[in-house]
Structure formats: structure tokens, C-alpha cells
Design a protein around this ligand. Structure first.
Ligand code: AMP
Length: 600
């Protein structure tokens, strides 16, 4: 799997991509970028929205434009105002470190006079809906006679919307020697006609969102509170003897914290992230491949290209922001013809996001229930009983045997079995807490980003100051904290300043225009088993000491009850339970409810 740098993009674009958190090329990008940055030629990309197609044409376009040329060089036609605006937004972000590039979008339904005025600044890239472009051309507000690139985005949609004649007319005003890049989800006859008329010898690349996804992957989800996610992982491990998985987190720091928490609970897990040296990463991979680690807790970037054939599960400890990442993550399981489960841990507010993933990626998520500890108990006790049955008695010490016989003489076999089972049960320290979050979907917990109208206390830099419950206690430097905030908010690194770090909390500042966004970015954000809170420093966040999840009391160790101790291994090979199965919580009721899906 190539990196963006290997695909031939230059430093300003690479920098912008990193800042946007886009680090792994999606399949359409991987295929299209080398073609489009190479020799000038026509191009057809069969790809839908959500595949990363805007970057697939936008990055090569920015790479090849000449900023010293005055005239408009590229024309991007899009069917709707919304798509036009989205393309413009994405290109502006990609071109962040290319200050000389001018990008403009024009569409119907907005003041044409304003657009005409803006066009006097001749953009290098013009994005337009066909109808408005025709109007502007008739008013001689722009010229497309010298353009070198035409991009037809969502060409099938443009034809569906009746822009066929407009497109013909527009293309007839473009120079013969331009190149045309056409993106379309489908290839109806009318598009083939455009291709044969205007796009000789076009290279063609096709990606299909649904088809890309390996059909052997089962997509499942559980609804769980952030603070219960680690316990949830442990429960799935408890019911899956053969489980070997990658657990995906969004940030390096989250991978580290989770891996540490898991290790403290005797789960064989290690983090894998970009700040580790190559030697450290190799070491971790070696142990994972050799089977001495059950879990690899990784960031998207670190897991790039991991090729281990027998992963039973991929867990999305936090859901990725975009579709290409979901596809990439899930593709780590069900390799070499095997089955695999891609399981998303979502909170009740994120279920909506899953629906979007389902729609866009043409897949179905099945809701499963987090196993009860009682089920794990049944598995462990059955194993224990089997071990007892299979044990061949060896000749013991007569004296001890006589003593034991004397002590046991007063009890029946049933009584003795009940006593021994009780001892084993106690060892398991069963906590039957139901981790399935049954709050109504979309019932978002009130979070730090309150919407009251009190003005924030602006700092000396004109930014807004925030409180965050991470401090020196977390063995994090101010730089590391700033990195964490940048990773989570996706703000440019230069816009986040950690101004003060105290033992258990810190203060940081961001430009005032991000004041609303930043607390939301940290909604239900966890550092290991701890919920991280970000509040505006003037809104009392720093005074909300202690108490429950609403406060900022720091518990390095979760402190929740749970299935503690070192008996993680073993168990049957079930997976999550389907929702709607019988809800028995006690022993004897749950064993047969385990899903078949997880058996391998
Ligand atoms: P598009 O298919 O162009 O509409 O892109 C869909 C979304 O995916 C946009 O929000 C992009 O910023 C995002 N995106 C594009 N390429 C990638 C990538 N390689 N990795 C992750 N996200 C991406």
C-alpha cells in the first residue's frame, strides 16, 4: 500500500493532508493519482461519493497547476451547488500551503453580480454548476478558452439533471488540447458518448465502494458508553478463545493509554503507533504474528498494510471519521479466505453515523449484545469441570487423602460439587453489569460545549482558553498534550497553544472562531478508561471537581468493578449476542445464546 508521498505528491500537499488527518490513500486515490500526475491524458474514474474521489482528482490538479499563469486553467463541473461547495472546500484545504492558488466556486441561486465581481480575480481553478457557468459565459464574465483541464464530477448526475446540452456547449468552448477527467458512479450510454466524443484514449479506473469490501467480513456493532469500552473488549476476549484482533483508536495517545489499561488487566496487548521507532514496531509485530499478543491497539496509519492472515476481529474502539478508513480497517480481517468480524463500539449518538456508513458502503451492520460476564463464567467453569473430568488421579499421600475423606464424609457428592463450584465462581469475581447502553439512540449526553451565551474570557492572544483534565500526572509534556489536541480537533498545529500545565489539568488556547467546536471534538473522548473533559476556562469547568463522570476527578485505573484478574484466556469461541436474544443474566441461561457468527 503506497503512501501519498510515494504517489508523487509534493511537500505542501503532503503537509496539508497530514493536517487534515488524511494519511492513507483510498483505492481510487492510489490508482488515479499516479496516472493524473504523470503524462497528460484523459481519464475516467468510476467512483462514488465517499471514496475520496475529490482528492483523487484535486491533488493531481493542484500538483500540476502553474501559479505563474494568469488565466483559468482548470474547470470543474459539478451537478449541484452543494457538491460544488464541497469540492471548493476540500481543494482550499488541500491548497492551504499553496498560497498563490486561487479557487472559486460559482453556482445558481446566489447573486450572479457578486460572482462576476469575484471572477475579476481570475481563479486558477473554477468550480461551477453547468447552468450558472452558461449564464456567466453569456455575460462574458469569464473565459475558458485557455483551460488545460476539464473535470466532470458526478457526470451521471449531471446528465440525470438534464445538463446534457449545457455540457456539450461548455465543452465546445474549451481548447482541443485540454485533458478531460470524468468521474461518475455509473457509465450510462450518454456518458460513453461524451467519452468517445471528447476523451480519446482515456485511462480508466474503477472502484466500487460496496465491492471493495470483502464479503467475508461481518459488520457488527455494540452500543456502549465510552467508559465501558475497555470492559467490553475484555468480555469479547472472554467469550472468544481464539480471538486475535486489531483494535483501532483515532490517536496515538489513545492507543497507548488503552494498551496500558489492557496490560494492567492481564490482556496480552501492545500499542502500535507512529511515534514508535521502527525497531519497536518490528518487535511488536513479531510478537503479534507469533501469537504471543492477542490484541494490537493501533492507529489507522500505523496499521497501514498490516498483513496478518488470521485476525478474527477488527474492533473500532472509536469509529473512523471517513469511509476509506472504515474500509481499510475492516480489510485487516477475513483475509486468505477466512471469516472475520469488524465490530464497531459506538455510543448512542453515533448510531446515526453507522447508518451513513451502511448507506455509503452498501453494507449492513448487525447489532449484537455485549456478552454478560455470566456467559464468560459458564465458559470458564465448563473448562474447569472438563479439566477435572480429564485429570488422571496420581497416587497421593495417604495421610492427606484420609484427612480429606474424613472432612468430606459428612457431605453428599452434590453438596461437595456445589461448594467447589462456588469456590471457582468466587475466583472469577463475576460482575454482572450489563454494558449494553440502552439509552435512546441519538440521546447525546450534555457535554462541555454548552451553548449559553456568556462570552468566553479571551486570552492575551485573542484566543479562547480551555480547561482539560490532563496534566503532569499523565506523564505528558505540553508538546504531547498540544499534539493530542491537534489530533483530536484537526486544527492546524500552530493554532493550539498549551499555556499552562498543572498536576491534574492544563489550560490551552485556540483561536476564538473554534470555541464552539473544540469541546464537541472531545465529546466522550477517552484516555484509556478515563473520560476527558474540555470546558471553556471561564465557564466553570475547572471547578467541577471530583464526583462522577461529570467531574474531572482522575482515576488512572478506572476503578470500576469487572471481570478482574488474570484469567482472560480460554472460553468458547462465541461472539456478541444478537439483540433480542433472551436476556437471562444468570448461569445456565446464556450459553446457548451466543452468536454463531463469531465461531471460526
Ligand atoms: P469524497 O469521496 O471526495 O466526497 O470524500 C469523502 C470524504 O473522505 C471527505 O471528507 C474527505 O476529506 C475524506 N477523505 C478523502 N480521502 C481520504 C483518505 N485517503 N483517507 C481518509 N479520508 C479521506
Amino acid at each position: 500500500m503506497a503512501t501519498f508521498s510515494e504517489l508523487g505528491l509534493s511537500a505542501p500537499l503532503l503537509k496539508a493532508l497530514t493536517e487534515m488527518g488524511i494519511e492513507i490513500p483510498s483505492p481510487i486515490q492510489e490508482q488515479a493519482i499516479p496516472i493524473l500526475t504523470g503524462e497528460r491524458r484523459n481519464f475516467i474514474g468510476l467512483a462514488q461519493t465517499g471514496t475520496g474521489k475529490t482528492a483523487a482528482f484535486g491533488l493531481p490538479l493542484l500538483e500540476t497547476l502553474k501559479t505563474d499563469v494568469k488565466h483559468t486553467q482548470a474547470l470543474i463541473l459539478a451537478p449541484t451547488r452543494e457538491l460544488g461547495q464541497q469540492i471548493a472546500q476540500q481543494l482550499q484545504l488541500f491548497a492551504k500551503h499553496m498560497p498563490a492558488i486561487r479557487i472559486q466556486v460559482v453556482y445558481g441561486g446566489a447573486s450572479i453580480m457578486e460572482q462576476i465581481r469575484a471572477l475579476r480575480q481570475t481563479p486558477h481553478i473554477l468550480i461551477a454548476t453547468p447552468g450558472r457557468l452558461m449564464d456567466l459565459m453569456q455575460r462574458k464574465a469569464l473565459s475558458i478558452k485557455d483551460i488545460s483541464h476539464v473535470i466532470l464530477d458526478e457526470a451521471d448526475e449531471m446528465l440525470n439533471m438534464g445538463f446534457k446540452e449545457d455540457i456539450d456547449e461548455i465543452l465546445s468552448h474549451t481548447p482541443e488540447d485540454k485533458v478531460t477527467w470524468l468521474f461518475s458512479a455509473t457509465m450510462p450510454r450518454d456518458i460513453r458518448r461524451i467519452v468517445s466524443k471528447y476523451m480519446p484514449e482515456a485511462a480508466e479506473v474503477a472502484v466500487n465502494k460496496g465491492g471493495e469490501m470483502n464479503k467475508k467480513i461481518k459488520h457488527q456493532y455494540v452500543v456502549v458508553r465510552e467508559s465501558d469500552k475497555m470492559e467490553t473488549l475484555k468480555r469479547f476476549i472472554g467469550v472468544n478463545e481464539d480471538l486475535r484482533a486489531i483494535v483501532f483508536c483515532r490517536t496515538k495517545i489513545a492507543t497507548q493509554a488503552l494498551a496500558e489499561d489492557l496490560k494492567r488487566s492481564d490482556v496480552k496487548a501492545e500499542a502500535l503507533h507512529g511515534d514508535m521507532s521502527q525497531a519497536q514496531r518490528d518487535q511488536v509485530m513479531k510478537r503479534f504474528k507469533a501469537g504471543s499478543l492477542k490484541l494490537l491497539v493501533a492507529t489507522d496509519v500505523a496499521a497501514r498494510g498490516i498483513d496478518v492472515n488470521d485476525l478474527t476481529h477488527v474492533f473500532h474502539h472509536s469509529m473512523p471519521d471517513s469511509l476509506p478508513y472504515y474500509t481499510h480497517r475492516s480489510g485487516r480481517t477475513a483475509r486468505a479466505g477466512k471469516d472475520g468480524i469488524s465490530m464497531a463500539f459506538v455510543n448512542s449518538a453515533e448510531v446515526r453515523k453507522l447508518k451513513m456508513f451502511e448507506r455509503e458502503l452498501e453494507l449492513k451492520f448487525e447489532k449484537v449484545l455485549i456478552p454478560q460476564n455470566s456467559e464468560i463464567g459458564i465458559i470458564k467453569l465448563t473448562q474447569w469441570a472438563e479439566a477435572v473430568v480429564n485429570t488422571k488421579p496420581i497416587a497421593g499421600n495417604k495421610q492427606i487423602e484420609d484427612k480429606i475423606e474424613e472432612l468430606f464424609a459428612a457431605f453428599s457428592k452434590e453438596e461437595l460439587v456445589a461448594k467447589m463450584v462456588t469456590i471457582e465462581l468466587k475466583k472469577l469475581s463475576i460482575d454482572n453489569k450489563d454494558l449494553n447502553d440502552t439509552r435512546a439512540t441519538g440521546d447525546r449526553r450534555d457535554e462541555g460545549g454548552r451553548s449559553d451565551s456568556r462570552s468566553s474570557r479571551s486570552s492575551s492572544t485573542g484566543g479562547t482558553r480551555f480547561f482539560i483534565n490532563i496534566g503532569e500526572y499523565d506523564r505528558m509534556s505540553t508538546r504531547e498534550l498540544a499534539d493530542l489536541i491537534v489530533e483530536q480537533t484537526k486544527l492546524p498545529a500552530g493554532e493550539v497553544t498549551v499555556v499552562k500545565m498543572e498536576e491534574r489539568h492544563s489550560y490551552f488556547e485556540v483561536p476564538a472562531q473554534h470555541a464552539e467546536k473544540v469541546p464537541k471534538d472531545f465529546t466522550e473522548y477517552m484516555l484509556g478508561s478515563r473520560e476527558i473533559r474540555v470546558n471553556r476556562a471561564d465557564q466553570g469547568g475547572s471547578r467541577r471537581e471530583g464526583g462522577d463522570r461529570g467531574g474531572y476527578s482522575i482515576r488512572r485505573d478506572g476503578g470500576r468493578g469487572g471481570f478482574s484478574g488474570g484469567r482472560r484466556e480460554g472460553g468458547s469461541s462465541g461472539s456478541g449476542r444478537r439483540e433480542g436474544g433472551s436476556g437471562g443474566r444468570s448461569f445456565g441461561g446464556g450459553g446457548d445464546r451466543r452468536r454463531e457468527g463469531g465461531r471460526r
